[in-house]
Design a protein around this ligand. Structure first.
Ligand code: ZN
Length: 231
């Protein structure tokens, strides 16, 4: 049995697309509350910071979740982006009329398609991903319409009944922290995950766009809790 999974509400299994970041880690623990057995799949797409993968391994061990690592480094070589190419300086903000260079074209399309093939092999039909339309930073493959469309496509492609779950789709970063707290894993998410574009675990470098988004959310959530306690 996985750790943290006591009282799961479904007898079915789930596969979590897992990076070791705040969002997918929250989703991993969400899945543990909902499914009898949880598996995780982590992708190496040539990201500069392999520390991400180490974080994913450590968290999976902690949660006693089987983690399957898949090398998909060809994705980073297909297009130009600052997450896999060290010679490109990262956009700090979304440029007007285009995507930030942290956008890896096709990433979620590839990840979810590969995850679905792997899930099918394992007899799993529930797939969980931490994408969010609320904080989607301009990435088109984080939108609900894309996920719904891909879900239909995957079912048609493999004659399966996959269900893609997106627990974070309509919530912001503060609410994602709230979810982690309710799941009893706020400290794990805060200290063991890596979201920072500069590869620093936990609270990160503090100034890259991912750290800013994460910190602003955490501060908003902690402040709302303080307000509740003060009342
Ligand atoms: Zn950072």
């Amino acid at each position: 049995m996985n750790a943290y999974s006591e009282g799961a509400t479904s007898i079915e299994q789930a596969l979590v697309v897992f990076s070791g970041g705040q969002d997918s880690t929250t989703c991993l623990f969400w899945a543990l509350k909902h499914f009898s057995k949880v598996h995780a799949i982590t992708f190496g797409y040539g990201q500069k910071h392999s520390a991400e993968i180490e974080c994913a391994r450590k968290i999976a061990d902690l949660a006693k979740v089987d983690l399957h690592f898949m090398d998909v480094s060809f994705i980073g070589k297909l297009g130009t982006n600052s997450l896999t190419d060290t010679s490109i300086e990262m956009d700090q903000e979304k440029p007007a009329g285009s995507y930030p260079n942290t956008f890896v074209p096709g990433r979620n399309l590839f990840f979810l398609s590969i995850a679905a093939v792997y899930a099918r092999e394992k007899g799993i039909r529930h797939i969980v991903t931490g994408v969010s339309q609320t904080d989607f930073s301009g990435y088109p493959d984080c939108r609900d319409s894309f996920i719904k469309s891909l879900n239909v496509t995957l079912n048609l492609a493999m004659d399966n009944q996959f269900v893609i779950h997106t627990p974070l789709m309509w919530i912001d970063k503060a609410q994602t922290w709230e979810m982690a707290d309710r799941l009893g894993v706020l400290d794990i998410v805060r200290n063991e995950t890596l979201t920072c574009y500069n590869g620093i675990k936990g609270d990160g470098c503090g100034h890259c766009p991912a750290c800013k988004l994460r910190r602003t959310g955490l501060e908003a959530y902690l402040l709302s809790q303080k307000t509740v306690i003060d009342k």
